[in-house]
Structure formats: structure tokens, C-alpha cells
Design a protein around this ligand. Structure first.
Ligand SMILES: [Zn+2]
Length: 283
């Protein structure tokens, strides 16, 4: 699943390569992926110029004159920039070919999805309220509005475990499984800790960790500049790793509301006895 640092990299590359180009051709290989909320189909984009690309939560929105194409990659969706005429991938959902610009070669945007779970919505420009699950409403963790006070007010009324809170798109835009583990490791907080058990210092460390981990990851992914269909994750410290980089303890995996969480039992101690029973039920 693309997470915020991945999406920011994809967004930057797509803007560079595609903005200002007109659509030359389109094809839909997997009709399940595309939902048209206007009368017609993807051919409505032919000849239309891509004016801008924006991100809202996990959606990337391709803005054309009069029409927007909003894509939510969900679990397995990814974008690829191809040369027109390259053989189709088995996972191809749809492709949009763009005309050359300033002497560039033509380029094709491909949306690939092994699970056909992602969705692309073709809507009238700005008519985003019609898109299912579009407005989760969480606060952008990289925005200047994501202050310590704002974070504390979100945290105050939570009755769930801290890792569940971090993943809640209605609260935070947006943290996925990989960076939730990295953030909790950076903050030294066990993934099963209940939000109401976090004291002031824990909450400060958690807020700092969110901003720092996501900011640094975004910079790292950008610096690697891998093809946009690849997810760069090898720099993560605990997610799917064996050993704690800080204390060399063997990392453990806990089940938190059906999700696997990687953590270090020494750097993220379970100090609350009530949590022990929960761990026996997890992995
Ligand atoms: Zn450790």
C-alpha cells in the first residue's frame, strides 16, 4: 500500500512528466477499476489537457478542463510511466497516453492493480463529494496545522489503542502500517498501549515522532528517486526487520486489531500489566 512518503514522490514525478500534456489515447483493460460519475467513459479525456495533479488523502486527482480523474490505489494499486506500445502488464487497469510536449517523447500513464481493489472515478471538475470514501477528514500530518495542541485534542477522547488511532484516516492524513511501526518505535511506545494511558511526555514524543518519521521518510524516498511503481522501504528500522537497531534485541510481532505490528520489547516496553493478556491473543 502506498503511504504518504510514496505518494508524495509519485505526485512529484507525475507532475514533472505529465502536467500540461494533452491526452492522445486511452484504454481500459479492467473495467472494475473505473467508475464514471459523469455520462460517458474515459474517452471523454481525449484531446483534453492535464492541468494539475493534486493529492487529497490517499487519492491522486488528475485535473482536466471540466473533468477530474480521482484515483485511490487502495492496497495494491500503483502507477507506472511507460513508453506507448510497451506490452501490457497483467495487472493493468487502465492507461492514458499523453502527447509529446516541448520535444519530449510521448508517455503513457498506466494504473496497475494486482487485486483490482483500487478505484478511479471520473467526475465533473471539483465534484468530489460524489466520490465514495473521498473525504476521510483527517489532518495532514505534514501541514503546519498539525500542531502539538491539535494533536493532543485528537488524542484526548480516544478509547482505542495507540496504533489503531495512528491508522485512523478520520483523525490523521495519513499513516499506514509501515510508518505506524516506525513512529511507535521512534517514540518508544508499545503498539498495544491505550491512548488514555499516554501521559503528557508520551504524547509529546508521539507527535514529534509522527512529524519526524514521515518528513525524513519523504526526503529519503525522494532522494532515492526510484521508478514510481516501486516502493522504497529498505531504510525502515523495525517494520519486517529481525533485530532492533538501537539495542539489538530480537524484534517481536504483535497483532493489533487484526494488523501485524513490529516492535522492540526493550525499547517499547509493556509497562502496563493489563496489556499482557492482550498479547497472548495476538501473534
Ligand atoms: Zn530496542
Amino acid at each position: 500500500m502506498p503511504e504518504l512518503p510514496d505518494l508524495l514522490h509519485v505526485l512529484a514525478r507525475l507532475r514533472e512528466r505529465l502536467a500540461g500534456r494533452a491526452v492522445e489515447a486511452e484504454r481500459v483493460r479492467d473495467p472494475v477499476v473505473l467508475r464514471c460519475l459523469v455520462r460517458g467513459n474515459l474517452s471523454l479525456l481525449l484531446g483534453n489537457t492535464l492541468q494539475a495533479i493534486e493529492r487529497r488523502g490517499h487519492f491522486l486527482i488528475f485535473r482536466f478542463a471540466g473533468l477530474d480523474l480521482a484515483v485511490n490505489p487502495m492496497l495494491a494499486g500503483r502507477f507506472r510511466l511507460a513508453t506507448p506500445g510497451e506490452p501490457d502488464e497483467a495487472a493493468l487497469g487502465f492507461a492514458i497516453e499523453f502527447r509529446p510536449r516541448d520535444g519530449d517523447a510521448p508517455v503513457e500513464l498506466r494504473y496497475l492493480d494486482d487485486k483490482s481493489m483500487g478505484k478511479a472515478y471520473l467526475v465533473a471538475a471539483g465534484d468530489w463529494s460524489a466520490i465514495p470514501a473521498f473525504h476521510a477528514g483527517g489532518i495532514d500530518v505534514l501541514s503546519k496545522e498539525f500542531t502539538r495542541d491539535r494533536f493532543f485534542s485528537l488524542l484526548r477522547h480516544r478509547k482505542d489503542q495507540v496504533r489503531v488511532f495512528l491508522l485512523d484516516k478520520k483523525a490523521l492524513d495519513a499513516i499506514g502500517n509501515a510508518y505506524a511501526d516506525e513512529i511507535l518505535f521512534a517514540a518508544g511506545i508499545h503498539p498495544k498501549t491505550f491512548c488514555r494511558k499516554l501521559d503528557h511526555d508520551d504524547s509529546v514524543r508521539l507527535h514529534d515522532a509522527i512529524v519526524q518519521v514521515i518528513t525524513e521518510a519523504a526526503a529519503e524516498v525522494e532522494a532515492r528517486n526510484a521508478p514510481i511503481e516501486e516502493k522504497v522501504r529498505d531504510f525502515l528500522k523495525v517494520r519486517r526487520k529481525e533485530t532492533c537497531p538501537r539495542c539489538q534485541s530480537k524484534l517481536r510481532v504483535a497483532g493489533v486489531k487484526g494488523m501485524d505490528a513490529w516492535y522492540c520489547p526493550r525499547c517499547q516496553p509493556e509497562t502496563r500489566p493489563g496489556l499482557v493478556d492482550f498479547r497472548k491473543t495476538g501473534k
